[in-house]
Ligand binder design. Structure first.
Ligand SMILES: [Zn+2]
Ligand SMILES: [Zn+2]
Length: 414
């Protein structure tokens, strides 16, 4: 890359450090910590960074670490890993099984953390040798699963001054050595909506003298999703689906209140932002037509992760450079949520899927399952990929913009 032997430098680095990184991952795996309680994990990360001559700072709530490598001019590129575990019991029979009952790294965040640590150590060497053409902000984010950690990082200035941000997630459906890439949305939004409907109540013989609450609730249940499908661009795949409904206790009394709860899933950022107000307006209009009062409680999840095209190109270039020509493969948008989406609302960047399946294996241990595990050679692959991505983004960031180049050529011709 850029006339340098990045591949060779990564080989040398990993030959000396890969086993140490695997041991680091196993230590985290044995001591998983839940969202905003990642004190030990934070301490381990900070110790390793300090030992490499870096100056890590712990986030104000006491978990999560931010650290910068490099100095001077040039762009700033951020790399983010999430560090929290899940309230899922470990079902694996391995030497590094979780020692904490009911908690394990079932989402692979121990792997993400280790990859970012390895990348940090490599980049620190590069900076020392004067080979880093800018700054790299390392973000070890707490509480991705809650979610809320990304907002905590942002509130403490974690992405201020950052030009571009990258992150990755283990993908057990993809072989080690491959990365899954997609421009545009790659994960989805999922919010919760609760509706409470109330009225005077009365006898089922005289619905006209009161407000027929169960009828009104049924109208709300069917009208809201139907009206939404005609008010929102179908390409956004915004869907409101009810999961719980409750009203009344006997056959011949109109109840005075009822509730409905459901989820709103959405693949598109604009529609996601508009959803709460739109649902509230539709709810009020249906409720008022039947003379009932309706209140809505809307709980935001995370926005979809919407990958910037130029950043995805950088990921592809990095993968091809250090993992092999066919290493970057297309991936699909998932209906899962990922709080990396919060960063991408403020700055450009991209999120990749990292293959963690042993090539040839037919076992599928999915994430969020107690059986989830990875082929640990994914750690070395992840370090190569992240380090090359940071360097690619720094080099590309120093170039004059692509739009300016044809103009310069034109001037020369004249
Ligand atoms: Zn997860
Ligand atoms: Zn995860």
């Amino acid at each position: 890359m850029r006339g340098r032997n990045l591949l060779g430098e990564l080989d040398t680095f990993l030959a000396g450090r890969e086993q140490e990184l695997i041991d680091f991952r196993r230590d985290l795996h044995m001591h998983p910590e839940l969202a905003f309680a990642e004190y030990r994990t934070t301490q381990r990360i900070a110790e390793r960074l300090t030992a490499a001559g870096l100056v890590p700072s712990v986030l104000p709530r006491g978990t999560g670490v931010i650290c910068e490598v490099g100095s001077g001019d040039g762009p700033t590129v951020a790399l983010r890993a999430d560090i929290d575990a899940l309230p899922v019991p470990d079902e694996k029979d391995v030497s590094y099984s979780s020692t904490v009952p009911g908690v394990c790294h079932a989402c692979g965040h121990d792997v993400h953390t280790t990859i970012l640590l390895g990348t940090s150590l490599f980049l620190a060497q590069q900076a020392e040798a004067g080979l880093l053409p800018g700054r790299v902000r390392l973000i070890f984010q707490p509480a991705e699963e809650l979610p809320g950690g990304a907002l905590e990082v942002m509130a403490s200035g974690g992405i201020s001054g950052v030009d571009r941000i990258f992150g990755l997630h283990c993908d057990p459906r993809l072989d080690v050595g491959k990365v899954g890439l997609k421009a545009g949305p790659i994960t989805s939004a999922c919010d919760k909506v609760s509706i409470r409907v109330s009225g005077p109540g009365g006898h089922t013989a005289r619905p006209h003298l009161t407000a027929d609450l169960v009828f009104a609730l049924a109208k709300i249940l069917t009208e809201l999703p139907a009206a939404l499908s005609r008010r929102v661009d179908p390409r956004s795949s915004l869907s409101l689906v009810w999961g719980r409904v409750e009203a009344g206790s006997v056959a011949n009394a109109i109840p005075d209140d009822g509730i409905a709860e459901g989820t709103v899933r959405c693949l598109d950022e604009t529609a996601w932002h508009a959803a709460p107000d739109m649902i509230k307006t539709l709810l009020e209009s249906v409720a008022s037509a039947y003379g009932v009062e309706a209140e809505m409680d809307y709980v935001r999840g995370v926005p979809p992760v919407v990958n910037d095209e130029v950043s995805v190109q950088m990921l592809a270039e990095a993968a091809e450079g250090v993992l092999g020509e066919d290493s970057a493969v297309p991936t699909e948008q998932s209906l899962g949520g990922e709080d990396f989406g919060w960063y991408l609302e403020s700055i450009p960047g991209a999120f990749a899927r990292l293959g963690t399946r042993t090539p040839g294996s037919t076992l599928l241990a999915d994430i969020h399952q107690g059986t989830f595990d990875v082929d640990e050679s994914a750690i070395g692959a992840g370090v190569r990929f992240m380090a090359a991505t940071a360097l690619t983004a720094l080099w590309e960031g120093r170039r004059p913009s692509a739009a300016a180049e044809p103009l310069m050529a034109l001037n020369l011709d004249n």
